[in-house]
Design a protein around this ligand. Sequence first.
Ligand code: PRT
Ligand code: ZN
Length: 294
Amino acid sequence: MTERLRIAVQKKGRLADDSFALLKKCGLRFSVRGGGLLTRVKNLPIDLLLVRDDDIPAFVSTGASDLGIAGENILVEEQLTTEGGLDADVDRRLGFSRCSLCLASETDGAIRRPSDLAGTKIATTYPGVLRKFLKDQNINAKIVEMKGAVELAPSIHIAESICDLVSSGATLEANGLSAFETILNSEAVLIKSARKLSPAKQDIYDKLVRRIDGVTASSDSKYIMLNAPKSALADITAILPGADAPTVIPLAGQDDMVAVQAVCTENVFWETLEQLKAKGARSILVLPIEKMMA
Ligand code: PRT
Ligand code: ZN
């Protein structure tokens, strides 16, 4: 029987859709409909273990799963709070579900900086990360552990401030709170243990991560095509964000102009196009790149 690589993925929630989308872009064919815990990938020897995000680091650590996709916030919290430690670490950053674990307090209140926390109470669902921060900063404050709705803690006088995830900032604002310190910047990560995989699983893993790298590299990348005066070629090449040597092609009947094509590995903004135009570039096209392999 072929060995199957097992990946633990959040079943439902903020990470789930983007995790499934990433795996589908890597060419994995599967369906997550139905309530099963294990989903078989049809075209590769891979199974998906559909679980709550909090359980993913422990599944990887114990060997119940070979890999996992979870927020770095969850991984770091579990590393800090699991008795005996975790054999699970970041293998790759995946670039989605970005958020920050922040300290926040009442917008017009007295707590404005970490040192103001001394002798106060802080509500959080991340006691491990918060405890480490307070210790590193030499701040003596009480941690009030909650399971959710942390943003309500100050208004009901459970704590003077909170330590919670922030993405748009709308939740803090709606509760009259402002962030005053970031403790951790987080994004979804591929989690792996230090255990050696069997040769068969190692092959599947190598293939998968090569594809993941191709997908993450191409998501910010664009193919740019433009016509440029020969005299401005150096200036124009310098503006192209994250581009190696571009392809330069003569233009029929126009000796002073060339066509330039390049892969830009960083975002191409409207400002970039305006700068290119100011240097004499014309007919500028920016195209998405679906897949890349070096
Ligand atoms: O059921 P399960 O345990 O699997 O899911 P869950 O409810 O524990 O987690 P879920 O699905 O809410 O979040 C999963 C992961 O998404 C988190 O661990 C983070 O890595 C990531 N993520 C990204 C976020 C946010 N952005 C986020 N904004 N997780 C939570 N939030 C919450 C935050 O706690 C606060 O309540 O959204 C609110 C703030 O959002 P803004 O936009 O108002 O600032
Ligand atoms: Zn959770």
